[in-house]
Each structure stands twice: as structure tokens, then as C-alpha cells.
Design a protein around this ligand. Structure first.
Ligand code: DAH
Length: 362
């Protein structure tokens, strides 16, 4: 509602507008301003109603031709109309700016509830190989072992020579290595086994020693159902006074039962490893058929898990330990293979394919 005073502005004697014309123009402009949908439209409207080509501007120019005493009244009426339009324009601008801000905020809002409310929302979990590694760690910690770690980049000395595998030893060709361009030729490599951690632990010189060392190992193998160039092993080493082969057999029986369940039997078969003497391969009753014989175990009822033996005196001597005073055993096996046996996984490559349907099963 405009104040009464302005209702009569239309009728100014001698004004350049005919009676009612200013009033009508003002009412029409105010209506348009109130309906302007956005700031751009409002900007155009401003120049239409107040700009140099507006009717108001035309009338103001016409003031020059009328008598001075009428000019003042007519000019005041134009000024009042202009002020009223200005006020309406800035009020509308404020409203539209506020509306635009609110719309932008609404558009920019991130709906963080969307994922949580979805039916398919689920947390991830540790990879099966990591789960099995942690389980093994728990079993050995329960038996009083410490968890040790060694670097994946190893010296040839720790990975082979100190383990009684001198250069040119045929055992090196079973573990085709990734040598690194570091130091002398073929003096550093990506470790092919976790056994070098034995050397690191022995050189530390803290005895007696009960430790397991899980970790990644590397071999120049082409990936197939049973091989990957990067896989996982866990190494065990025990050095104490008066340790016997019977202690080794008992240790293997204890942890294989803990991992594969009670009733799982283990046995040791003669084998050869350069760093143990005597050496053995240890086998467990086939987890698929329970020992009666099936395709997985080739009908024999036993599956080979890893290698073991009494630590070779030469290995102790390399580390400066007196083999007359101390003795012990070592063992090592693949964590991926153990997980495959326990969960009847046929192809080791499934572990690295990152197929969520496979991983979610465990
Ligand atoms: N390092 C051997 C391999 O990778 C496994 C092994 C065998 C480890 C006998 C041992 C051991 O500690 O005593 O094939």
C-alpha cells in the first residue's frame, strides 16, 4: 500500500504527463518489480523503469519546458516516484539474492546419508591371507614366540650364503631371484624366502630364541594356479639348549591342529634343505578328504605344507653362535598355500584378482 500523499501525484498541473499517467506507470512498474523472477530480470527492469530511456526520464526532461513554480511540484512528484521504485528494486533484489543463495546451498549439499541407508552398504574386512597370517601369529604368540620382521630387500649373504647356500649351489636355481642393481653384481635381491630373518635374529645374539617371521617373498615365477611371483611365507626358528627333533615334531603338530582343527595329523618326511640337518618336509592329513584320499591330495591322504629341520651347525657358526652349546630347529611354509588348503581354494591367483565376490566369502 502506497501512502495517500502519492495517490494524487498523477494530477500535477502543467506536468509533462497527463492525469493519472504517472500513477499508472508507477503501479505497473511496482507490479513488474514484485514479479521479477531473478536478479538478471530485475537488472533489465531497473533500466526500463529508471534508466535514461525510461518514461520517467522522458518526463524529467519535459520539466524544463514548464513554468518554474509548477516545475518544483512536478519534480518532487517524479523524485517521490523514483525513490519508491528504488526502494522496491532494492527490496526485491535482496529477496531474490537470498532465494538464490538458498537454492545454491541446497544444490551443493552432499547427501552423506545415501551410502549408509543403502541396502548394499557393508564394511570391508581383512584379506584372507592377512587373516591367516594373524591367526598364525596368535597361535605362535600363545606358544611363547616373538613376532619378527625382516626387510623385503635382502643381501645375497642373508638370503643364501649365510644359510649355507653358497654361490653356484644348485638350491639357488629353485628360487630364481629378482636381483637389484645395488652394490656388487647380484649382492642384493628381493628375498626369495623368509629364511634370511633367521640370520638377522641369530646375529642379534639374544638367546634363547623363539620367533616367527611372516612376510612377503619374491620369485621369478610365471603366475599360474599354484604360483605367484609375490607370495607369503612364515618362518619359525627356535634356538635353545638341548632342543631336539621331537620338539620340532611337537611344535608342528600343535600349530597345524590349531589352524586346521583337532584331529588333523602331521608327519615329517626326509628331505633336503641346505640350512637344516637333518631336514624334513612336513605334511598334514588332507583337509579336504580327512586322510581317506581324494583328488586334491592325489589319493594319498596327506598334503605337504612346508619345510623344516634342525638348524645346520654352519648356519649357527656364520652367526657366531657355538653349535656345541646351542641347537634348535627351523621351519617355513607358504601362508597363501595354507589358506588355499584350509578353504579349498583352487587357484592362488584369486588372492590378487580383487574380485569382491571371491574376497567377501572369507
Ligand atoms: N625357505 C624354504 C623355502 O622357501 C622353506 C624352509 C625349509 C624353511 C626348511 C625352513 C626350513 O626354515 O628349515 O622353500
Amino acid at each position: 500500500m502506497r501512502p495517500m500523499a502519492q495517490q494524487s501525484e498523477g494530477a500535477v498541473a502543467g506536468a509533462p504527463w497527463s492525469p493519472g499517467e504517472l500513477e499508472a506507470q508507477l503501479a505497473q512498474s511496482l507490479l513488474a518489480i514484485g514479479e521479477a523472477a531473478d536478479l538478471d530480470t530485475l537488472g533489465v527492469l531497473r533500466s526500463d523503469v529508471l534508466g535514461p530511456r525510461s518514461r520517467l526520464a522522458g518526463w524529467r526532461k519535459g520539466l524544463g519546458t514548464i513554468a518554474p513554480e509548477q516545475r518544483r511540484t512536478a519534480g518532487a512528484a517524479l523524485n517521490a516516484a523514483r525513490d519508491e521504485l528504488e526502494a522496491a528494486l532494492s527490496q526485491r533484489a535482496e529477496t531474490l539474492a537470498e532465494r538464490q543463495r538458498a537454492a545454491k546451498l541446497a544444490a551443493d549439499r552432499l547427501d552423506l546419508t545415501e551410502v549408509r541407508l543403502s541396502q548394499e552398504w557393508s564394511t570391508g574386512h581383512l584379506h584372507l591371507v592377512t587373516q591367516v597370517r594373524e591367526e598364525l601369529e596368535d597361535v605362535f604368540v600363545g606358544m611363547g614366540y616373538e613376532i619378527a620382521e625382516g626387510p623385503e630387500v635382502e643381501s645375497d649373504w642373508n638370503n643364501f650364503t649365510a644359510l649355507n647356500v653358497p654361490p653356484d649351489h644348485p638350491a639357488r636355481s629353485n628360487q630364481d631371484s629378482f636381483y637389484l642393481d645395488l652394490g656388487d653384481r647380484e649382492s642384493f635381491l628381493l628375498r626369495t624366502q623368509t629364511s634370511p630373518v633367521q640370520i638377522r635374529l641369530l646375529e642379534r645374539g639374544v638367546l634363547p630364541l623363539y620367533a616367527v617371521a611372516p612376510g612377503r617373498v619374491y620369485r621369478r615365477d610365471t603366475a599360474d594356479a599354484r604360483h605367484l611371483p609375490v607370495f607369503h611365507q612364515i618362518e619359525g626358528i627356535v634356538i635353545d639348549r638341548g632342543v631336539t627333533f621331537g620338539d620340532l615334531a611337537g611344535t608342528i603338530a600343535t600349530f597345524t591342529e590349531a589352524i586346521f582343527g583337532q584331529g588333523t595329523k602331521s608327519r615329517l618326511r626326509p628331505a633336503h634343505f641346505p640350512f637344516t640337518e637333518p631336514s624334513a618336509e612336513f605334511e598334514i592329513t588332507c583337509s579336504i578328504c580327512g586322510g581317506t584320499g581324494c583328488r586334491t591330495c592325489g589319493g594319498v591322504g596327506w598334503i605337504e605344507l612346508g619345510g623344516a629341520g634342525m638348524v645346520h651347525p654352519a648356519v649357527l657358526e656364520h652367526a657366531g653362535i657355538d653349535p656345541e652349546e646351542w641347537s634348535g630347529f627351523a621351519f617355513g611354509f607358504g601362508i597363501d598355500r595354507l589358506a588355499m588348503m584350509r578353504h579349498e581354494i583352487e587357484d592362488i591367483r584369486s588372492f590378487i584378482e580383487n574380485d569382491a565376490r571371491f574376497l567377501a566369502q572369507f
